[in-house]
Design a protein around this ligand. Sequence first.
Ligand SMILES: [Zn+2]
Length: 414
Amino acid sequence: MWAKNTPSRKARQRGRRVTNEGPFPPRSDLRYAAGVFDLLKTDATSKARLGRLTTSRGVIDTPVFMPVGTQASVKALDPRELREMGTQILLGNTYHLSIRPGMEIIQAGGGLHSFMGWDAPILTDSGGFQVFSLAKIRKVRAHGVEFRSHLDGSPLFLGPKESMAIQRQLGSDIAMVFDECPPHDAPAKEQNLAVERTIRWARECREQPRAEGQFVFGIVQGGADPALREHCAKEIVGMDFDGHAIGGVSVGEPEPEMMKAVEFTEPFLPANKPRYAMGLGTPAQLVELVARGVDMFDCVLPTRVARNGTAFTNRGTFAIKGGACKAEFRPIEEGCTCFACRQFTRAYIRHLLNVNEILGLRLVSIHNSHFYLHVMAEIRRHLAAGTFEEFRRGFIANYVPTSRVLASRMVGAE
Ligand SMILES: [Zn+2]
């Protein structure tokens, strides 16, 4: 039973049994030591890197895309589908999960992996981004933030200590430090304050106990100010985290500013640890960010736009609902090996969307998530073969970005 004080070996075993058929070996079969990032190759023509991050729940090949499961679910997709499309690591969220269903339930369920039936790696966001973007803040204190729940207005407090405790209880494989992420157009004074708090809070996070085998990544803030980025990066890197994230991107900034934030930060990040650009981006942006030395990505776009009936392809996005697809008896994308494209036509999926059948949303979500994972697999293949530059040029030339897709990245958290 799910008694709170039985740490649910049964639950863990159950989770394991459900997911053992995937590409990830059960924990007992792992022979490698946890905590290793191997930089396998650096591209000759760009800063792109081929790497491998070894966690206690499995190996992550980088560059990697991490589907977002904010509420312990990647919207509309189940773990079997995620595994089949090659997902190596998922995201979960401290803020949302601690509010609903609450830590008592997740702990009684044997931790996040067991609770959601996913035994491969999970990265948890610290909740900092949500506290500053969703909640009604009452007061920013020295050791965290007093705020009211965005759901029912109840008073809550989240800081480095609380965030790390929740992430420890969730049992994620990678925990993120609690940081302050100001909007991109925040005045310089606010950006400075946010960086100082982020540094101080990172130090506090560093001192907290972790779950067994849990990595902790530091986050670099600093907006679009090169000096502030450098200062923050140097301080964070000095704390010897297991990896580094570039935060303060995907906060409403135009693309050139986002690229600059990454370019201002990357030179100060050590090569022997993974780099993660938080909350980005479109497929074309991912290719460009890989070329700038980023290894890890997460983004809500593939599932969010799927729910509007928008599909990603090598040529950009298109609306399946549109009349053009009415009698198109071909897949969303020719040559795509996802389940939706192997099995169904645009005309059928358009029909499902137009009559509000849930299957329509699920099929577009499957295709879009598969597309993102496939782009990353192609990037890794070309990096290994030494042909990344040709791939990059071809991909960018083919891919037509749409402003609508870029805009939908900005709308709150999924
Ligand atoms: Zn497909």
